[in-house]
Each structure stands twice: as C-alpha cells, then as structure tokens.
Ligand binder design. Structure first.
Ligand code: SF4
Ligand code: SF4
Length: 326
C-alpha cells in the first residue's frame, strides 16, 4: 500500500512520461488590512524593504513583469500556486488581472489563496474561480464571528471552493471550537484549529489536547514540535519554489541557492528528495511532501489536507458516538 502511495505522489508531480508539476509558494505581499497582535509582518503597503523595495509585489514590479516571468519560467511545467501574505486580495485590481491570467493557462492546475476573508465576492465579480481554492483564516481580534461566517457563506454562494477555515483560538474561544466545527461542517467546510503559541513558544495543554484529537497524527506531531524533521528526506526541495514580493526565489527550503525571479533562469531545484535542513516544519503545504507522508497525490495539496481532516473528524465522531453509547 505504501509503495503504491509513494509512486502515486511522484507520478503526479514527476511523471515518468508527461509534464512535471511545480509548486510555487509566493509570499506576494505583507500589505494587510488587519493588524493581528500576533502578526510579525509590516502590514503597510509601502513599508520599506531591503534594496529600495516595498512590502507589495505589484508595487515592486508591474504586473506584466510578474506574468512574463511566470510564463517564461514555467512554460514547460504544470503549476500549483500558493498565494499568501499579508492579505493577497487587498490589491483588488492587480489580483483580478493576475488570477484571471493564470487561470486561463491550461498548465496552471491549482491556485490556493490564503485570505482573512474580509472581502466580498461582488468585488471580484469577473474572477474565474474554477481553479481557485481558498484557505480562510478567522482572526477573532479583527472581525466579529457572525460577520466572518456570513462572508464564508457568501463565498460559497459565489462558487468559491474553501479548503478549510483556520480558526485562530485563544483561551476565550477554544471552548467554542467543537460547536463552531459543527456549524461550519453544516456548510460543508472543515474547521482547523490554529492555536496561538504561548509566551514560551509552546502550546497550552488544552490546545494540544484539541490538536491531538482533530489532526492526523503526523500533522499533530509536526505542529506540536514533537517531531523534528531535520535530516529526514523531503520532496519539497525537488518540487517547489518559495518566492517573496521582491522576486527573491529559492528551491523549497534550499535558501543558499536563491536567485531572482526576473533572471534568465531560476536556481536549480534539488534533483531528488533532499534531507530536511530544519528542526521544525509547521506548514502543511510543505511537510506534506516529506517522504513517508505522501499526502499530495494531486496538485491541490490543500484539498488533500482537507480530505485528511474530514476523515479524522469522522473517526472522532464515531469514537464519540461509541463512548456515549457505552
Ligand atoms: S490577517 Fe494575517 S497577515 Fe493580516 S495582520 Fe492578521 S495574521 Fe497578519
Ligand atoms: S520537512 Fe519542511 S522544512 Fe524540511 S525540507 Fe521538507 S518542507 Fe522543508
């Protein structure tokens, strides 16, 4: 079974015959309309960055240059994009044009957008949503919960796919996770716990207990720091690129190989799975490429994670039912 899974994962991203797929994880902006107290980013659109740059990709280089570089570098690859920030959707004009351009390309198979869900679908009425999947995060310090839920409902009505809701929890709302989980499940959306780190850089026991219950085991172990990935083989350096709003780009986790997105060619990715150079990995779209995890059997990793969360939630419900019957 395991061998079959491994073959399947690499068949998708590195088929023996056919076009390889690349995942580009793009921190496209630090510009954000929210000011979450736990956020380390600079938030302001024009925040000065090294080399005379700012915090926003489309201010540093015009949209056309980004599109040209995407078309040039990935002309012979299938693409799965992860767009994160900041709040990517805050630049309505450029995002609409960027997303529609990318969606129109047959080789672009998936566009995941990490968003705080502040925007209204009507503001993107001309958007082609067919390849888009949203990861929406609820930030309790920035938006009323009912309003957030209404936004999620409006996204679903407008035809957006939502991979999951990241539910930022503090001590005041951890108790509501279970109840909210059911409410979102009724909408067909899975809720994902996102507890805040404590001051000592660790989770509170109640957070850990919840995470242990609702996350698949491997995810729980990595998220909680129980598993140290260093030295373990991972396909992320062979399959992915990480980029930021200045055009700095590196093959996944191989930061000593960095280059510019606007150069003639990109820095070489690892030829094969590489040993992990870090002691911690908490990003699902990254560690899901670890050899042995083998979850990413499509070019839509968030959808694969969402399926794993639903499966875990069903098992939890069955266990709850058996306990209540006993
Ligand atoms: S929504 Fe995200 S990027 Fe914006 S302030 Fe909050 S944590 Fe930071
Ligand atoms: S386990 Fe995480 S940090 Fe390590 S190489 Fe893979 S993606 Fe990078």
């Amino acid at each position: 079974m395991k061998d079959f899974q491994i073959t399947q994962t690499m068949d998708v991203w590195r088929p023996k015959s056919g076009t390889p797929a690349v995942l580009v994880r793009w921190l496209m902006t630090e510009w954000c309309n929210y000011r979450c107290p736990y956020c380390p980013q600079t938030h302001d659109r024009r925040a000065p960055k090294d080399g005379g740059m700012t915090a926003h990709a489309f201010d540093n280089f015009p949209l056309e240059r980004w599109l040209d570089a995407f078309d040039r570098h990935f002309n012979n690859s299938r693409l799965s994009l992860v767009l994160t920030g900041g709040e990517p959707m805050v630049d309505r004009k450029n995002m609409l044009a960027f997303l529609n351009h990318m969606s129109s390309k047959a080789r672009v198979e998936c566009i995941r957008i990490d968003t705080n869900a502040w925007w209204k679908p009507e503001q993107f009425a001309d958007l082609d949503t067919s390849k888009i999947i949203l990861m929406c995060t609820f930030h309790p310090s920035q938006i009323d919960e009912e309003l957030f839920i209404q936004r999620i409902e409006s996204f679903l009505r407008a035809g957006f796919k939502i991979g999951m809701i990241n539910y930022v929890m503090n001590v005041s709302n951890i108790q509501t996770f279970k109840e909210r989980s059911k409410r979102f499940a009724d909408l067909g959306v899975i809720l994902h716990p996102n507890p805040l780190w404590g001051q000592g850089g660790s989770y509170a026991p109640a957070d850990l207990a919840l995470m242990r219950a609702v996350l698949p085991e491997h995810d729980y172990n990595l998220r909680s720091g129980r598993e140290n990935p260093k030295g373990k083989l991972c396909n992320f350096p062979a399959i992915a690129y990480e980029m930021n709003y200045t055009g700095w780009i590196a093959p996944g986790c191989l930061y000593d190989r960095s280059g510019s997105f606007f150069a003639e060619s990109l820095p070489a990715a690892s030829a094969d799975a590489a040993p992990c150079p870090f002691e911690s990995c908490v990003c699902l779209d990254k560690y899901s490429f670890m050899v042995g995890t083998d979850r990413n059997v499509s070019t839509n990793p968030l959808h694969e994670y969402s399926k794993a969360l639903w499966k875990q939630r069903e098992e939890l419900s069955r266990a709850d039912l058996q306990t209540s019957r006993a």
